[in-house]
Design a protein around this ligand. Structure first.
Ligand code: ASN
Ligand code: ZN
Ligand code: CA
Length: 332
């Protein structure tokens, strides 16, 4: 027999959390019965197949250290649950395809593997353990980023190259950040930084900054005519910046202890409308306006159409969307 349970996870990055688990006879496993049956598997440094479903004799997972193989599993399982809950509770979407079906997660991919990825083929997320197998890529924002690639793939289908590729990457960063805020986790508070927990640069700095993307040394703050030729993780910069400006406005602001300073390309101020409205606009544009070939100009048109439907074309929200795009050199 099987029963839906609430287990306890001691994660690497998010402290002690509740995990959706399943009791099967006398053992427990990482199958989240409340969220489409999302499962988390152990690849144990392999790079193919599904590995083995995490299971054990008690419903406590990990000890907070990366050397305990259950710890990163707890992070990944938690990140998937948060992302599921976010899309369901904030956007009314049940699962990546909207059909109530879960994806699954694989942790401990390869040796010293410093990446994580979504795959349409397996409909799954995969996480490496990072440098020294000591920094698993399983923080909330990274998990939500990867799972959102599944959403994008099943909605707009933004091609993963050129400007549409940058918009695809930005969509994953945007919802990576909004899920982290939604989590309201005291060990990993919400921010407009991506990957600040996983120490991918070895000096404690984040992977990406949404208020001023160029702070990473490679991403662009604003659109320019050649931006479709650079790596999609850098051409995402202007769209990440757009989302920050629309949410919080230009200039200096401190949120949850992090100080941001967001410039605009035209030097004009942008008044933010708040993250709660900005995320509604981006989600509606992604799921009802964007297509596989949407570029920056099309993203402007699509978000304006979505904003008109949500708030009206005479609204302060509509004006803010226009101003935020102008602030990254798109339209005017
Ligand atoms: N972590 C990367 C991403 O989600 C992996 C990749 O580039 N395919 O974008
Ligand atoms: Zn990505
Ligand atoms: Ca973050």
């Amino acid at each position: 027999w099987q029963a839906v349970q609430n287990g306890t996870g001691h994660t690497v990055y998010s402290g002690t959390v509740t995990l959706g688990t399943t009791q099967s006879g006398s053992s427990y496993n990482l199958t989240d019965g409340a969220r489409g049956g999302h499962k988390t598997y152990n690849l144990n440094r392999g790079t193919s197949g599904t590995g083995t479903l995490f299971s054990g004799s008690d419903d406590v997972w990990g000890d907070g250290t990366p050397s305990n193989l259950e710890s990163a599993a707890a992070d990944a399982h938690y990140g998937a649950a948060l992302t599921w809950d976010y899309y369901k509770n904030v956007h009314g979407r049940s699962g990546i395809r909207g059909d109530g079906a879960a994806a699954y997660s694989r942790v401990h991919y390869g040796n010293n593997y410093v990446n994580a990825f979504w795959s349409d083929g397996c409909f799954c997320m995969t996480y490496g353990d990072g440098s020294g197998n000591a920094n698993p890529l399983t923080s909330i924002d990274v998990a939500a980023h990867e799972m959102t690639h599944g959403l994008t793939s099943n909605t707009a289908g933004l091609n993963y190259s050129g400007e549409s590729g940058g918009l695809n990457e930005a969509t994953s960063d945007i919802f990576g950040a909004t899920v982290e805020f939604y989590a309201n986790n005291s060990s990993d508070v919400g921010d407009y930084l991506i990957g600040e927990e996983i120490d991918i640069n070895g000096d404690g700095t984040p992977l990406r900054y949404m208020d001023k993307p160029s702070k990473d040394g490679a991403s662009k703050d604003s659109w320019y005519s050649g931006i479709g030729s650079i790596d999609v993780h850098y051409s995402s910069g202007p769209a990440n910046h757009f989302f920050y400006l629309l949410s919080e406005g230009s200039g200096t602001k401190t949120i949850n202890g992090v100080t941001y300073d967001s410039p605009t390309s035209d030097g004009l101020p942008v008044t933010g409308i708040g993250r709660a409205k900005a995320e509604k606009i981006w989600f509606r544009a992604l799921t009802t306006k964007f297509t596989s070939t949407t570029n920056y100009a099309g993203a402007r048109t699509g978000t304006l159409a979505a904003t008109g439907e949500l708030y009206g074309t005479d609204s302060a929200e509509y004006k803010a969307v226009q101003d935020a795009w102008a602030g990254i050199n798109v339209g005017s």
